[in-house]
Ligand binder design. Structure first.
Ligand SMILES: NC(=O)C1=CN([C@@H]2O[C@H](COP(=O)(O)OP(=O)(O)OC[C@H]3O[C@@H](n4cnc5c(N)ncnc54)[C@H](O)[C@@H]3O)[C@@H](O)[C@H]2O)C=CC1
Ligand SMILES: O=C(O)CCC(=O)C(=O)O
Length: 424
């Protein structure tokens, strides 16, 4: 028997602190009461479970899993499940709060949650992943529910894992419950457009930002860090709008081509290479750190949190950062970015396309009707563009960055909902 210790919280800029610093700034500008401050700060529920799983070798390993429900004031809580070796409670708490703010920014009727398991999916077989996901679901039967808490994919998970979750939950409840989870395969009630939705929202946000900076997409250049679900779809969709992608990266390294990378070829290569870009020949291999220093119009961090920090922020030469990942910029880098005049479209706005289409998936499951891709995309684009405009107007009104403006929009919505509901 062995026990997989969750990763210690490293001596790095903690995502929970980064989230709280932006929250505090926005709260100060909005002027909410101290009571409301604490209501919004403290998560509603935090669940930690031990998950013993039989590995293919016959060994039983115990993993630690988390689900944090930050808020349910706007509706059932919503948020993905992350499989990654670095998952820990502080990270999940930050990610859960970001979900609350994100759903409020795009005005969908959900609260925020997030889940995670400290494990390394790159070293696990499909069978081991399945047993782990089923064990996690069983432990969360009282937490999950279509009117309660609705998970979805995040780093290291996708439609396959969501199918196992739906099946395990449905078996336990004695009926098929598609609306308990989103990001499912299409045949199980998944929505058209969900797989590419987060990347699509990144593309819409990038174009809206470029318009403000008067950058012509057909002459624009970009680099994308992370070539999983979010990064690869953002790259494909930006390329479709005329943007030349000069570099991409994943955990294997970064790949640079100043003539523009053939993104479709990179996706095909990755899909035939166990999900990795390792050995991709359509570009020069550079270090992951060098990707941030390339002079381009748009930098899209789409891998994980705290990749733009005080350590590397000075060397960034992009005119705009569009945050596909959650929390890619530490709060300590914010001031330098603002001084450098770089526009940042923040995570809680830029990557909200995913949860928006998750909401559409849940709506379709509940009404028992499937929307066309055209309808899903049209509504997503509208919500993303309207949300960008609202955040932009708020940033002008309060004379703050788009990030602080997005927090102001979100906190204002959640706190006024509390005031109307009352009952403390
Ligand atoms: N999947 C979704 O719908 C949503 C995801 N997000 C966020 O977007 C980010 C990425 O999520 P997904 O694309 O779903 O994950 P994924 O697991 O599909 O892809 C992650 C990618 O990042 C790469 N990566 C990991 N560490 C890296 C490093 N140090 N340097 C360069 N690349 C690295 C991986 O190799 C992989 O290509 C996460 O922060 C997630 O929370 C946000 C909103 C929705
Ligand atoms: O699609 C969802 O419900 C949530 C996606 C997610 O985890 C995120 O936006 O960070």
């Amino acid at each position: 028997m062995s026990y997989i210790e969750p990763a210690p919280i490293k001596d790095k800029e903690n995502p929970l602190e980064s989230m709280m610093q932006r929250f505090d700034k926005a709260v100060e500008l909005l002027g909410i009461s101290e009571e409301m401050y604490h209501i919004l700060k403290v998560p509603r529920k935090q669940v930690i479970v031990g998950l013993p799983v039989t590995m293919d070798s016959g060994e039983i390993r115990t993993f630690e899993g988390y689900r944090v429900i930050h808020s349910t004031i706007l509706g059932p809580s919503k948020g993905g499940i992350r499989f990654d070796p670095e998952v820990n409670l502080d990270e999940v708490r930050a990610l859960a709060a970001w979900m609350t703010w994100k759903c409020a920014v795009v005005d969908i009727p959900y609260g925020g949650a997030k889940g995670g398991i400290a494990c390394n999916p790159r070293e696990m077989s499909a069978g081991e992943m399945e047993r782990l996901m089923r064990a996690y679901t069983t432990s969360m039967l009282d937490v999950f529910g279509p009117d309660q808490d609705i998970p979805a994919p995040d780093m290291g998970t996708g439609p396959r894992e969501m199918a196992w979750l739906m099946d395990e939950y449905s078996k336990a409840k004695g009926m098929t419950v598609p609306a308990v989870v989103t990001g499912k395969p299409l045949v199980l009630g998944g929505s058209l457009g969900r797989t590419e939705a987060t990347g699509r929202g990144v593309m819409v946000s990038a174009l809206a930002g470029m318009e403000k900076l008067r950058i012509n997409p057909y002459r624009a250049t970009a680099v994308v860090q992370g070539f999983g679900n979010v990064g690869s779809h953002a790259a494909l969709l930006l390329r479709d709008r005329g943007v030349a992608i000069h570099a991409i990266s994943d955990i294997s390294g970064a790949y640079y081509n100043d003539k523009g990378i053939d993104i479709a070829a990179a996706v095909a290569y990755r899909d035939n290479n166990k999900g990795s870009l390792e050995g991709f020949t359509g570009a020069e291999l550079i270090s992951g750190d060098d990707l941030f220093t390339i002079p381009v119009d748009v930098l899209v961090p789409a891998a994980k949190e705290d990749v733009i920090t005080r350590r590397n922020v000075e060397s960034i030469q992009a005119k705009m950062i569009v945050e596909g990942a959650n929390g890619p910029t530490s709060s300590k880098a914010d001031d330098i970015i603002n001084e450098k005049g770089i526009m940042v479209v923040p995570d809680i706005l830029a990557n909200a396309g995913g949860v928006t289409v998750s909401y559409f998936e849940w709506v379709q499951n509940r009404i028992g009707y499937k929307w066309t891709l055209e309808r899903v995309n049209r509504r997503t684009d509208r919500i993303m563009k309207d949300s960008f405009d609202k955040v932009y107007e708020t940033s002008v009104k309060y004379k703050v960055s788009l990030r602080i403006a997005a927090y102001i929009v979100a906190i204002d919505k959640v706190s006024s909902t509390y005031k109307y509901r009352g009952g403390f």
